[in-house]
Write a protein that binds this ligand. Structure first.
Ligand code: PLP
Length: 450
């Protein structure tokens, strides 16, 4: 085993990290994780913590699921790779598309396009949305609408529909024809109210207004997360997504649900669109589909899209999009084993029950700690927003948020900090004791941040 100091030194010297400033690595080194078991992770210095981040919203069953590891090993031995580009495929890919068809039957999502992760799934949906309109003879529909604070990965298409300037500003110009409307967020919004239903209505009015301004016949799709995750866990009013669905239908605009985080149980329902009773036209999935053990995703296609492509025999219907690792047999095997475990355990039920306990605990922390401006979440996705001053909602400083991380880590829980938010997305198999441990560690973290 390589020496801990050697590794830390070389991390700063030789590795650039996603979503980090390279110059920051020496003064502010990341925790170096060496092992994981159950719902816990252990760093290189031997310190073990509850993983309240769940890897990155994706280790939903924790780190010790033998059936998935075994499926991966067996598939590695049987068929470690083969291409699914026209002409060949593999048995596990077919089996998985059949299985996913069953998962998304109520929403009529009958075709899976396999990818290597969330950004790939988003890119697939955006590209196929444009093609859908071309196939139907409405090729002038090229624009995309999305929500401010939305996160859709970092490929150029996904980053262009992103609603956070941090992921755009240094990479501009982005894809032309992408427009964002306000997110239905009670804590910070341009409407001067915290009434969730009213905010949802105002956002929908904005959406209608933007569609009229752009011209409905120029818009290919609206993309949104059913619950906004990376943007700070923004839970819309229950009417919001159904109203978006109605507006899209009225104007012939496709609705893409970005469920990279919300699919497979995290919100306390099977997936986020089902939580709100909406059938999207396309759905982006990834992350929990392999429980994080293999980079993989699936872009799901609904009946309307399938019908348009499959009834058109012209070259315009040919899918000129795909990845070397689309339908990777090891990823497919990992996904099959993961989905079997998720189904067996019905993890969304535990996510819902533990989520209620978590939200209650967070509400108590808000009462105790002035630095907490807002707490929010649903199922096992939650955020604590830290502010210097409650009336002005001035975001807490970076050192304050970092102090919260360090104290919680010391107290046995790894949390994630993003801007002035603490983000919580633990594995969906945690128990009541784990929730208590999280609240206790957060209590210490918030005291340290004050
Ligand atoms: N879409 C959403 C909603 C996400 O949360 C993420 C990642 O967190 C992505 C897309 C991008 O996924 P990936 O990082 O696997 O490319």
């Amino acid at each position: 085993m390589l020496d801990s100091n050697f590794l830390k030194e070389n991390n700063a010297k030789h590795m650039w990290h996603p979503m980090a400033h390279p110059a920051d690595m020496r003064n502010n080194p990341p925790k170096m994780i060496r092992a994981a078991k159950g719902v816990e992770i252990t760093d290189i210095d031997g310190h073990t913590t509850l993983d309240a981040v769940g890897g990155l919203w994706n280790a939903n069953l924790g780190y010790s699921v033998d059936s998935i590891k075994q499926a991966i090993t067996e598939q590695m031995n049987e068929l470690p790779y083969y291409s699914a580009f026209r002409g060949t495929t593999n048995d596990k890919a077919v089996e998985l598309s059949f299985e996913l068809n069953d998962w998304f039957k109520p929403e009529g999502m009958t075709r899976a396009f396999f990818t290597s992760g969330g950004s790939d799934s988003v890119e697939t949906c955006l590209r196929l949305a444009r093609q859908y309109h071309k196939v139907r003879g409405e090729g002038e529909r090229t624009k995309f609408i999305s929500l401010k604070k939305g996160y859709h990965g970092t490929h150029f298409g996904g980053a262009s529909v992103n609603g956070n300037a941090n992921f755009r500003r240094n990479y501009e110009p982005m894809l032309a024809g992408c427009f964002q409307i306000a997110a239905p967020w009670t804590y910070r919004n341009p409407f001067g109210t915290d009434n969730a239903e009213e905010i949802a209505n105002r956002c929908i009015a904005m959406l209608e207004d933007e569609i009229a301004f752009q011209g409905a016949d120029t818009i290919a799709a609206m993309i949104m997360e059913p619950v906004l995750g990376a943007g700070g866990v923004i839970v819309p009013h229950k009417n919001f997504m159904p109203m978006v669905r109605e507006v899209c239908d009225k104007h012939g605009i496709l609705l893409i649900a970005d469920e990279v985080i919300t699919a497979f149980g995290r919100t306390g329902d099977v997936h986020g669109s089902r939580l709100w009773g909406v059938a999207p036209d396309m759905m982006c999935t990834a992350k929990a589909i392999t429980n994080s053990y293999f980079p993989f995703g699936a872009a799901m296609m609904g009946e309307k899209v399938v019908e348009a492509f499959e009834s058109n025999k012209d070259a315009v219907g040919n899918i000129g999009h795909g990845y070397t690792y689309s339908a990777h047999p090891v990823g497919c095997a990992a996904a099959l084993a993961t989905l079997a475990e998720i189904k067996k355990a019905k993890v969304w039920e535990n996510a819902k029950a533990r989520g209620i306990e978590l939200q209650n605990g967070l509400a108590q922390l808000k009462e105790k700690h002035q630095i907490v401006g807002d707490t929010r979440g649903i199922g096992l996705m939650a955020a604590i927003e830290l502010v210097n001053d409650r009336p002005t909602k001035t975001p807490a400083s970076k050192p304050a948020v970092a102090a919260a991380f360090d104290a919680a880590y010391e107290a046995g829980v790894t949390i994630r900090v993003s801007g002035n938010n603490i983000i919580l997305s633990p594995p969906l198999v945690i128990g009541p004791e784990d929730v208590k441990l999280m609240i206790g560690a957060l209590d210490k973290g918030l005291s340290a941040a004050a």
